[in-house]
Write a protein that binds this ligand. Sequence first.
Ligand code: ATP
Ligand code: MG
Ligand code: MG
Length: 427
Amino acid sequence: SYRKGGYHAVRIGDQFSGGRYIAQRKLGWGQFSTVWLAYDTSASNYVALKIQKSAAQFAQAALHEIEVLSAVADGDPSNSMCVIRLIDHFKHIGPNGQHLCMVLEFLGDSLLRLIKYNRYKGIPMNKVREICRCALVGLDYLHRELGIIHADLKPENILLFSTIDPTKDPVRSGLTPILERPEGNPNGGATMNIIEKKLKRRARRAVAKISERRASMGGEAQKSERKLDGIDVRCKVVDFGNACWADKKFAEEIQTRQYRAPEVILQAGYSFSVDMWSLACTAFELATGDMMFTPKAGQGFSEDEDHLALMMELLGKMPRKVAIGGARSKDYFDRHGDLKRIRRLKFWPLDKLLVDKYNFSENDAREFAEFLSPLLDFSPEKRPTAQQSLQHPWLNPRNTTQNEIRNESNPGKVNVGMSNLQIKVGK
Ligand code: ATP
Ligand code: MG
Ligand code: MG
């Protein structure tokens, strides 16, 4: 994909936006872009530089993402709403064309990595709670204040805060900013210059150090549980490439397959509540290490129909009205609201599944299922909003002294709750 219209090839030390940003190392990539850790010489800190492919449709997509991200940043001047912050954007011209670039705050690993570090065994429930709270603060902000549907919520698109702050302690973090490209080697040529090799080695060492630290935070399952306990889990919702305004949608098919809401499959119209469905799928995956639904096409039935069957096996039969209410309902359901090709469903309700398959205690299973089930209501309008979910008892457990905040003007009253963001103490 490193050709005309595709990715822009970056070398360590490359400068962007008139020299303001200097590429340090690659952070990741996606269908649309490569993402680089870059040093921001004006602000003297690190940023994530997302460099879009250059072809027209990618430029169009980047413009859309920039529009959404700008609205997200404008509405949250104090940067406290658990959503990624756009710092800057510009065009960069390279051999493959003109690339739109987004400068984003530098974050850490995705929740998908966190799940992997824990060897797909699930992460401790108190961490799942904290992550859900963060994600819900983000969704509540997007939905209620901006009217934006994220439309692609999943573990990969929720990033933890970076566990390192390279600006504060460059020695310990193993990162000192690389400030320039080696001279006399403007485009590399066939042989890599020795200095550049050195730089690469240095960057690799830094990455190795970071990986070490992350491994000590994840690593072996048992050890990691203990280590994870001490960490304040904070995270942010990222990747607004598929986000839309609820009153200005442009796609019928949204969301990544496993996190897709039933109304999207049935094409029955959608709104903010699709994100609530995906949040429940994400929370389940964090807690168990398994995706909630992994549909597969089989003999005589499609992936969509399997998906609907899996949903019903876990959540009970879909009400007939909902089942037959979508533009595509006839493809999957008969007029009684039964699936056409998958007749025998093996019901395994969520709370039982958590106990039987994932060894939850009865109590934990019931409480977690009570949080998840309403978010997985087949009727989208019955799902709680992000704001309502933030009030759910599962997120606000009793008898945890850590979460109790005394109300000083009313000493008898104890507010039990989440972050300081949500709880207003006193008057
Ligand atoms: P997709 O195909 O998922 O839409 P994309 O091209 O839009 O991909 P992103 O998903 O935004 O790209 O980013 C690609 C990867 O880069 C992410 O999965 C993540 O690993 C990394 N990344 C993105 N943004 C940041 C950030 N702000 N801080 C750290 N890493 C990031
Ligand atoms: Mg992504
Ligand atoms: Mg994207």
